[in-house]
Ligand binder design. Structure first.
Ligand code: NDP
Length: 294
């Protein structure tokens, strides 16, 4: 069997097109331009790349980006003051603080200081609680992207055995809630799980969010299963260059799985598309408009 490749790039482009059309509609009918503030502390090259691509995507969707680049030695108090200003600004519908933050700043305190209805990353404890109890709220972008990719090849997730490897607050735990909401039967595995290959072999839907290059082997996968690979790992490549691989050994997995996401070009592009979706939804909710499903 050769797995169907789930083309995250194309699916993300289509979603971004639908978002841009909806942004144009709310502009013409309600004079509303959704706006997102992206706050970066320091000059981490990887963060700078992410921030640039987020700002470009925001502009392409017809939204406003307010970029705030702060020096590495900015104090926690100064950052909290900026967030307070953004919380109070009606032009700013979403606030994203690029992580990681320098060690002298308490990231949890910063996340908790963001107005929950502007928390487009979906990391605020209030949004995590809303999500866990089935209340409407903003959902983290990467897990949301994973579920949209799974649903692009599976007509329904109801009743499926889903296994998520990884239990972080930003990927694994929100995936548990999202998959439960889709009526899947969910197992969340982690570093203390016994017989991880055996657990994975039960999965109709296997989602790997580990951060270990190519850890999931082909013989861990149930024939025909759908595999979503969240991992982004830089490994040495040919000629002294590095290359990016996922958490799944793709060449082995694609001979067993029914459908699989590549790395790069799978989950990554969906994360930014879902950030735009969250910003649009936040802007609509804050202005008393129906929240678009898209
Ligand atoms: P974390 O490091 O926060 O979590 C990793 C999880 O994997 C933990 O729950 C850990 O278990 C588990 N784990 C680690 N080693 C093993 C093992 N040997 N066996 C079983 N489980 C293990 O990572 P994140 O959730 O933040 O990210 C995961 C991956 O996804 C990374 O590669 C990251 O770069 C990528 N990522 C990609 C995004 C995208 O846009 N595509 C966005 C966010 C992340 P335990 O809790 O027991 O320690």
């Amino acid at each position: 069997m050769t797995a169907r490749i789930i083309d995250g790039k194309t699916i993300a482009v289509e979603l971004r097109g639908r978002i841009a059309a909806e942004v144009a509609r709310v502009l013409s009918t309600h004079k509303l331009v959704p706006g997102i503030a992206v706050v970066q502390v320091g000059d981490n090259p990887a963060s700078s790349v992410y921030v640039r691509s987020k700002s470009k995507a925001v502009a392409e969707a017809g939204m406003r980006a307010f970029d705030h680049k702060l020096p590495d030695d900015v104090s926690e108090a100064e950052l909290l003051t900026l967030i307070g200003t953004l919380n109070a600004d009606p032009k700013v519908n979403g606030i994203l603080v690029q992580l990681p933050l320098p060690p002298h700043i308490d990231a949890q305190r910063i996340i908790a200081s963001i107005e929950a209805d502007k928390d487009v990353d979906g990391f605020h404890p209030l949004n995590a609680g809303r999500h866990a109890t089935g209340l409407p709220g903003l959902v983290p972008c990467t897990p949301l992207g994973c579920v949209l990719l799974a649903k692009s090849v599976l007509p329904s997730l109801a009743g499926l055995e889903a296994v998520v490897i990884g239990r972080s607050n930003i990927v694994g735990k929100p995936l548990l809630q999202l998959l439960l909401a889709e009526n899947a039967t969910v197992t969340v595995a982690h570093s203390k799980t016994r017989d991880l290959p055996g657990v994975c072999r039960r999965a109709d839907l296997l989602i790997a969010a580990i951060g270990r290059p190519e850890m999931v082997r082909g013989d861990w996968i149930k024939p025909g299963a759908t595999v979503i690979d969240v991992g982004i790992n830089r490994v040495p490549g040919e000629g002294g260059k590095s290359r990016i691989v996922g958490d799944v050994a793709f060449a082995e997995a694609e001979t067993v799985a029914g459908a699989i996401t590549p790395v790069p070009g799978g989950v990554g592009p969906m994360t930014i598309a879902c950030l735009l979706l969250n910003t649009l939804r936040a802007a609509c909710a804050q202005n008393g408009l129906p929240v678009p499903l898209l």
